[in-house]
Design a protein around this ligand. Structure first.
Ligand SMILES: [Zn+2]
Length: 342
């Protein structure tokens, strides 16, 4: 079994962006300690839109120069240590700005789909190029911001033009419908990798794109109550590192659903959700018997805690029989094929 530990490397997008050191830099350092000690590599989906904005605004606002240097250095370090750095796009950075003392996050165009076709092409081109320049490596894997990859046909050509042929966004049965987020992954192929062409929910043999979905796990309402409880009353080790305020991802109806019956969730190392890692892997293995299956875990640097890192480390140590890996290593042969085609 291949196990991918993947992190969305980003700030908070709600009413408070958070402090860069607290929300990204330090949690990543903690995570790297676990990675180095246990000799595993991880994948970081970098929200490069933020880095681009820092670079742009640091010219007028020297206060941002330190932040830019910190994040640019850390991303370079991740790449040079053999971790995978891949592309994560939150296009609302296009509309957001820094006023000299704080960031004004404008999120009414939260999804790439909220932009025109030409704008989408421009954003994907510039963001990928900026990340390649920063890391000195070729980027070929994409994860949509907030899981908003549908309808796929609107972004397909731009991804293909930029040779972003591997996607790792979907999780089985994932659903959300709100002011900002919108996705529905019901009835997607129950496979841990497959080709597709125009719709990631539909397998197409020899399709241009390869989907390697995030693994999915059904969780009971109890998990959400526990998460809330530990956040509110738990000891310090349960506190997440990040200090911003996130966007709410679904409607009120979505939230009520979470509290009434089991719901599909991406397998995660964030906060209290990390307690389910082993259970999720065990149930995945019951369904997927073959050796060459991919178990993909997601996390957010900002949402990690001492507690979740303890759980992650235990999980790694208990599953050494498996192959902890990254996209660049596992799919490098396919990478060459795509290189030839284009
Ligand atoms: Zn994100």
């Amino acid at each position: 079994m291949n196990i991918f530990i993947t992190l969305d490397y980003e700030m908070f997008f709600g009413s408070k962006l958070g402090n860069l050191k607290t929300s990204i830099i330090k949690p990543t350092e903690q995570l790297l300690r676990v990675a180095d000690k246990n000799n595993v590599k991880m994948t970081f989906f970098v929200d490069i839109g933020y880095v681009i904005k820092l670079k742009q605004y640091k010219v007028q606002h020297t206060a941002l120069e330190e932040d830019y240097n910190l994040i640019a250095e850390q991303v370079k370090t991740l790449a040079s240590y053999g971790h995978d750095v891949q592309l994560h796009i939150h296009p609302h950075w296009e509309d957001s700005s820094f006023d000299g003392s704080q960031w004004n996050m404008i999120t009414h165009r939260y999804r790439l789909h909220d932009f025109s076709e030409d704008e989408i092409k421009d954003i994907i081109y510039r963001y990928k190029k900026a990340l390649e320049e920063l890391t000195g490596q070729k980027i070929f894997t994409y994860r949509a911001g907030g899981w908003c990859i549908q309808p796929f046909f609107k972004i397909k050509q731009a991804l293909q033009d930029n040779e972003l042929w591997l996607d790792s966004t979907l999780f089985n049965n994932g659903r959300a419908q709100g002011n900002t987020h919108s996705y529905n992954f019901k009835n997607m192929p129950k496979k841990s990798q497959y080709r597709f062409e125009n719709d990631p929910l539909e397998e197409v043999k020899n399709g241009y794109f390869l989907e390697v979905p995030i693994s999915s796990y059904k969780v009971s309402p109890l998990l959400y109550l526990k998460t809330y409880f530990f956040k509110k009353f738990g000891e310090k080790k349960y506190n997440i590192y990040g200090d911003g305020i996130g966007l709410s991802s679904g409607s009120l109806w979505d939230k009520l659903k979470i509290l009434t019956y089991p719901i599909a969730m991406p397998v995660s190392i964030d906060g209290y959700k990390s307690t389910l890692l082993q259970k999720a892997l065990d149930s995945f293995q019951n369904l997927h018997q073959e050796k060459e299956e991919n178990f993909v875990i997601i996390g957010h640097n900002k949402l990690l805690s001492d507690f979740s890192l303890e759980n992650l480390e235990r999980f790694i140590q208990n599953n050494k029989v498996h192959n902890f890996t990254v996209y660049s290593n596992e799919f490098s042969n396919l990478k060459k094929e795509h290189g030839k085609k284009n």
